[in-house]
Design a protein around this ligand. Structure first.
Ligand code: MG
Length: 371
């Protein structure tokens, strides 16, 4: 049997290394044909040797949209895993879909910022998106239980992050280390901060809307601190189908690579006698304003999600650089959104919206900087 060619963009990050771990157990099924990384050249070289990737197809080029898009369009590629961090992943997402590839999507920002443009690329090129994000992988699995016309509601679970149950006053002086201490998942820095503000969940609401075509009024977020239920779909007859597993990203990564087939080995099976109590509560939208802002931007449509996501990236960078208070992340996003948004007809609109949003957000950060 011919092995399926896999391109991994963001190979030295958390998702990339876990994907290579899965592939290392399935070398008879998958062949890594290209690797792109950020700055970790030593690990990239180690990966390149371990998976026999030619030198010209292993590059530290995560900021080079041209190289990422060229890798995503390679004739040898059957599956493109896009695990680039942030908006920089958009050109590769478009290239993969335009060339009819399966896109294993771990870069949610590209879908959120470029939703309408990504939808066009998907329709024109015949490419397919299989989500790697654990919640969307869960929903994707639950959707197999009924017809699209029977879907009543999508439910995304949120762990609540390290600050669950705290008030805005409690959180006025939290530091970078506090926000990076995620209770249930080990992830990269940007997404971990996004989890602490619930912006990650807000971005996932927009992601779910784009992936599954369900309106914002029918996408609900519930806080589920144990992170065992990853997503649910409620059908027209009231039946809710849920996907449960102990947090381990190798399960959704393996499914995105091989779907509709599942991996033969288990990642994170639930031990029912040890799992204990599973709880669900509503999110606190006053303390975690980023979630509300994301719903607002999603409903506004056009380039508003691009503005939201771009402003958030600037604010999170400033927080990680200890120049902005955690509570000011939402302020930066809100003020930037107040600057307005427009139509997202093509990639130029999205790039321009992102550029303007970042410029505005930088100005807001300057005004609010703590140092
Ligand atoms: Mg997620």
């Amino acid at each position: 049997m011919k092995r399926r060619g896999v391109v991994i963009l963001g190979s030295t990050g958390s998702i990339g290394t876990q994907a290579l771990d899965v592939i290392s157990r399935h070398r008879d099924e998958y062949q890594v044909v290209a690797l792109a990384a950020g700055r970790n050249a030593d690990l990239l070289e180690e990966q390149r040797r371990a998976f026999d990737v030619p030198a010209e197809f292993a590059r530290t080029c995560v900021d080079d949209a041209g190289v990422l898009a060229a890798f995503a369009a390679m004739p040898e590629a059957d599956v493109v895993l896009n695990a680039v961090v942030g908006f920089a992943g958009l050109p590769a997402t478009l290239a993969a879909l335009e060339h009819g590839k399966r896109l294993a999507l771990a870069n949610k920002e590209s879908l959120i910022a470029g939703g309408p443009v990504v939808a066009k690329a998907r329709a024109a090129g015949g490419g397919e998106i299989v989500p790697v994000d654990s919640e969307h992988s869960a929903v994707w699995q639950c959707l197999r239980a009924g017809r699209a016309s029977e879907v009543h509601k999508i439910v995304l679970t949120a762990s609540g992050g390290p600050f669950r149950g705290r008030t805005l006053a409690d959180l006025a002086s939290v530091g970078v280390e506090d926000a990076l201490a995620h209770p249930t998942w080990t992830m990269g820095a940007k997404i971990t901060i996004d989890s602490s503000t619930l912006m990650n969940k807000g971005l996932e609401v927009i992601e779910a809307h784009e992936l599954f075509g369900v309106g914002f009024d029918r996408i609900e977020v519930v806080v589920h601190p144990q992170s065992v239920v990853h997503g649910m779909v409620e059908f027209s007859d009231g039946a809710t189908i849920a996907q449960l597993s102990v947090p381990d990203m190798r399960l959704p990564i393996g499914l995105a690579l091989g779907a509709p087939e599942r991996l033969a080995e288990a990642y994170g099976p639930v031990e029912w006698t040890k799992v204990g109590t599973l709880t669900f509560e509503p999110p606190d939208l006053d303390t975690f304003r980023c979630l509300r802002l994301a719903y607002d931007a999603g409903r506004a449509g056009g380039t508003a999600p691009a503005v939201l996501s771009g402003a958030n990236e600037v604010a999170v960078d400033a927080f990680l650089a200890r120049r902005l208070a955690w509570t000011a992340i939402a302020d930066v996003v809100e003020e930037t959104l107040q600057g307005g948004s427009g139509n997202a007809d093509d990639i130029a609109d999205v790039l321009e919206a992102d550029r303007v949003a970042r410029e505005r957000a930088v100005a807001v950060v300057e005004r609010r900087a703590t140092a």
